[in-house]
Write a protein that binds this ligand. Structure first.
Ligand SMILES: CC1=C(CCC(=O)O)c2cc3nc(cc4[nH]c(cc5[nH]c(cc1n2)c(C)c5CCC(=O)O)c(CCC(=O)O)c4C)C(CCC(=O)O)=C3C
Ligand SMILES: [Fe+2]
Length: 348
């Protein structure tokens, strides 16, 4: 199994105020997200001049990976394509075909299983290859890396650093709050070969990061950035509601660690640094937000290790004990939308 290219695949984000609405329409195409929610989210992007930090973060990661590959004799050309905004994955796949690439190994900027974090990227790859047509390269996605030391250790160091900014005298009233993107309950239930894989992996990563950074502190795993119509249930509690409950129960300060993410993109800098921080301020709670891996050298090394693991069929380097589905079975993480609606009354 030899590869001739490396492909970074990410979510994508706007880079100009005029990009914001077309980007959002790409994200929610066919998803039933109300217009009012879209307008609200557009305002978050416009607050940052219509520029999401995520594309710059992808450029930085790709440059760091290319440098690391060169330094370690990994001879793969490096490319990047997004799900929702330029450079679009299908354009990148067309360029790979034009360059004569036959097999590419893909790394996605999401560490976990589940529809939005894993299967949708596989569907994006399949759709891009279908759009390009004959001659499109084979594209293999690397495994989930939620428990890889190159993901866990940077999160743990960042949590330790965030805690160090809080009041040491209030350590006994300090709590660690891990966050991840909420998803609809139906998607959470369908995640992974046996269901609930997204939450299960997040719980394991939370335990690994907490044990490494703050074994003396209590911690919780809560959810952020929900969207969709209000009548559709998503994973709860929301981070803001959770902070209110903690404050009422006597917590003095929190360190919030977004283990659901790999970089400080808009869901982090708006939903946590702006919204959750304001919630904490209103509640009189001390607040510190831990950084994400970004281009931490250990995270960059992890990308290379995930690739060489594939190339050499080597044993995975990992800290957790959950069963590893690699490659994922074709049936897991089915989009709830893709299923026929449940019948409510028997047909005659
Ligand atoms: C699990 C998950 C991750 C983590 C895995 C991964 O990283 O891939 C993630 C990441 C991200 N989500 C992002 C942005 C958005 N997500 C939305 C909407 C949604 N996310 C969902 C799930 C996830 N999302 C879901 C189930 C929806 C409902 C609509 C749908 O089923 O698709 C919407 C629509 C508006 C709204 O928020 O309602 C936006 C703008 C950005 C970019 C930030 C930037 O620009 O810097 C990033 C990295
Ligand atoms: Fe999202």
């Amino acid at each position: 199994m030899a590869y001739d290219a490396f492909l970074l695949i990410s979510f994508g984000g706007p880079e100009h105020p005029d990009d914001v609405m077309p980007f959002l329409r790409n994200v929610v195409r066919g998803r039933g997200v109300p217009d009012a929610r879209l307008a609200e989210v557009a305002a978050h992007y416009q607050h940052f001049g219509g520029v999401s930090p995520i594309n710059a973060q992808c450029r930085d990661l790709l440059a760091a990976v290319a440098e690391d590959f060169a330094a370690h004799g990994v001879d793969l050309s490096c490319h990047w394509g997004n799900r929702n905004w330029r450079p679009m994955l299908r354009d990148t796949v067309a360029q790979l075909r034009d360059a004569g690439v036959r097999r590419a190994v893909a790394f996605v900027t999401s560490a976990y299983g589940g529809y939005s974090s894993c299967r949708q990227y596989r569907e994006d790859i399949a759709a891009a290859r279908a759009a390009v047509g004959p001659g499109a390269p084979v594209i293999d996605k690397v495994r989930h890396y939620a428990d890889h030391p190159g993901f866990v250790a940077p999160h743990a160091d960042a949590l330790r650093a965030a805690l160090a900014t809080l009041d040491p005298a209030a350590r006994d009233r300090t709590r660690v709050v891990f966050t991840a993107h909420s998803v609809p309950l139906a998607a959470a239930a369908a995640a992974g070969p046996d269901g609930h894989l997204y939450e299960t992996q997040l719980r394991e990563t939370a335990a690994l990061v907490a044990a490494a950074a703050a074994p003396d502190l209590p911690y919780d795993l809560v959810w952020q950035s929900r969207s969709g119509p209000p009548q559709v249930p998503w994973l709860e509690p929301d981070v803001n509601a959770h902070l209110a409950r903690l404050a009422a129960a006597g917590t003095a300060q929190v360190a919030v660690s977004p283990i659901g993410f790999v970089s400080d993109h808009l869901e982090v800098v708006w939903d946590l640094d702006t919204e959750a921080a304001a919630t904490a301020r209103d509640l009189g709670l001390g607040f510190a937000r831990a950084a994400t891996p970004g281009t931490d050298p250990r995270f960059v090394t992890m990308v290379r290790e995930l690739v060489t693991e594939r190339l050499a069929a080597a044993a995975p380097r990992r800290l957790g004990t959950l069963a590893l589905a690699d490659p994922c079975p074709s049936t897991c993480c089915q989009s709830p939308r893709a299923r026929p609606p449940a019948r409510t009354s028997p047909r005659a």
